[in-house]
Design a protein around this ligand. Structure first.
Ligand SMILES: Nc1nc2c(ncn2[C@@H]2O[C@H](COP(=O)(O)OP(=O)(O)OP(=O)(O)O)[C@@H](O)[C@H]2O)c(=O)[nH]1
Ligand SMILES: [Mg+2]
Length: 405
């Protein structure tokens, strides 16, 4: 896959953070090898995050994010913390840009604490090295890599890129969608409804990726529509290792799949792959605690997907009202709209499975976590309300406690 084919949501995002005038924009420009971000001696030159894609070998395509400087006087104000976290929540790795002529200040120490709390790998770029005879020493508590750079003289840039590339896990260590659950020769049956809501002439990305992953695990894929499942299972001479279904037809598929055959859904596998299955399961369980007048946010990543639309605006609200058994308020957002302040909501149900919004969804999940709001996705929520989540988590027994707890 060429660089230009990699969707932005799949690229590793690297945020450059630090105080005003540390040289973040200068350093981003030096790393990019082009003058993208405005540089000046005026504090607060960068006012909004700037995103730029590039390739860092051997890591591959990445998105570099230049951020506004965080005020270097006093403690971080609440607003600034929120804003910093929002960019931070989009980052897979971070570069803390400091001024080599002075020691780290409290704001930079706070950022370090935040990176660690968020488990965002980071390095410190001590910039303006050209102005320092010897760089200001780091506190002993800092064990992360430190690079000495001069954005002005373009020194230490290659070393910086190398260190960035080593911050982020390589593809080998990456999570699998399903391959880690399979042995060579295993048969996996995929249930894919072909209805009006399905895109014309192709399968959706999570389905394609699952097929690819089964093949990589030396397994065999059998792909059927929900109506053909029962007969297909009868005809297979070997018991399938797993049945994976679209969430929408989970109830029928569950009825047609013998109890002893493990069953799960694409949403659940994708949620695990994207690192939020635990959160999603815990989030769905919050439906138990809904009280009269509680507000629920249903959030849609894309505006164009008719299938999601119908689920998010019609089906889930109906099922959820039924499930809660008391009058609740349901709000919907779609596309890029997502409230900054989530404090009024008792839970958030987000669309899932659409890979183009996966990064944004992870970002939103982290924002919800920051504010202590339960967060789940359509697939997990539907399975929960239909009482079939337990079965679909059978392959991940460690998660069943989340449901009971
Ligand atoms: N001597 C020296 N000056 C530098 C270096 N990097 C940046 N500067 C200067 O520092 C000033 C601030 O640089 P910027 O890149 O705009 O800093 P920034 O961190 O993006 O600042 P804000 O956007 O305001 O937060 C400019 O005058 C740069 O020319 C460096 O390595 N050495
Ligand atoms: Mg700047």
């Amino acid at each position: 896959m060429g660089m230009n084919d990699t969707p932005s949501s799949e690229r590793v995002h690297i945020g450059f953070f630090g105080c005003r005038n540390a040289g973040k924009s200068s350093l981003v420009n030096a790393v990019l090898g082009q003058d993208l971000s405005l540089v000046s001696e005026v504090k607060g030159t960068t006012t909004d995050p700037v995103y730029k894609t590039m390739e860092i070998l051997p890591m591959g395509p990445v998105v570099i994010i230049d951020t506004p400087g965080i005020d270097d006087t006093g403690a971080l104000g609440e607003k600034r913390v929120l804003k910093a976290r929002q960019v931070l929540n989009r980052s897979d790795a971070a570069v803390l840009v400091t001024d080599a002529t002075r020691p780290l200040n409290p704001v930079e120490m706070e950022l370090i604490t935040l990176f660690r709390a968020k488990e965002i790998p980071f390095l410190i770029a001590q910039n303006k090295a050209d102005l320092a005879d010897s760089p200001s020493p780091m506190p002993s508590s800092v064990t992360e890599p430190v690079c000495l750079t001069s954005a002005l003289r373009k020194e230490g840039i290659w070393q910086l890129k190398e260190t960035i590339a080593h911050l982020v896990k390589t593809g080998d260590e990456k999570l699998r969608i399903v391959g880690d659950l399979l042995s060579p020769g295993d048969i996996v049956v995929l249930v894919v409804p072909i209805d009006k809501a399905a895109p014309k002439g192709r399968l959706i990305l999570p389905q394609q990726q699952t097929i690819r992953d089964v093949l990589e695990a030396d397994g065999t894929c059998v792909v059927v529509k929900e109506y053909e499942l029962r007969e297909t299972l009868e005809q297979l001479r070997k018991k399938p290792a797993l049945v994976i279904t679209d969430s929408q037809v989970f109830a029928k598929v569950s009825a047609d799949t013998p109890e002893e055959v493990p069953l799960t859904s694409f949403s659940i596998l994708m949620a695990r792959y994207n690192g939020f299955l635990d959160t999603a399961v815990r989030g769905a369980a919050a439906a138990e605690r809904l009280k009269e007048g509680d507000k629920v946010l249903i959030s849609e990543g894309c505006t164009h997907h008719r299938q999601c639309d119908d689920i998010g605006t019609v089906k889930i609200p109906r099922w959820l009202r039924n499930y809660a058994g008391v009058p609740i308020e349901i709000e919907s957002t779609s596309g890029r709209d997502f409230p900054e302040d989530l404090s009024g909501y008792s839970m958030i149900i987000h669309c899932g499975g659409c890979m183009l919004t996966e990064r944004e969804m992870r970002y939103r999940m982290k924002c919800a976590q920051d504010q202590g709001i339960p967060f789940t996705n359509y697939g997990v929520m539907i399975a929960y309300m239909q009482g079939i989540l337990k079965r679909s988590l059978g392959i991940f027994p460690y998660l069943l406690d989340e449901l009971n707890g």
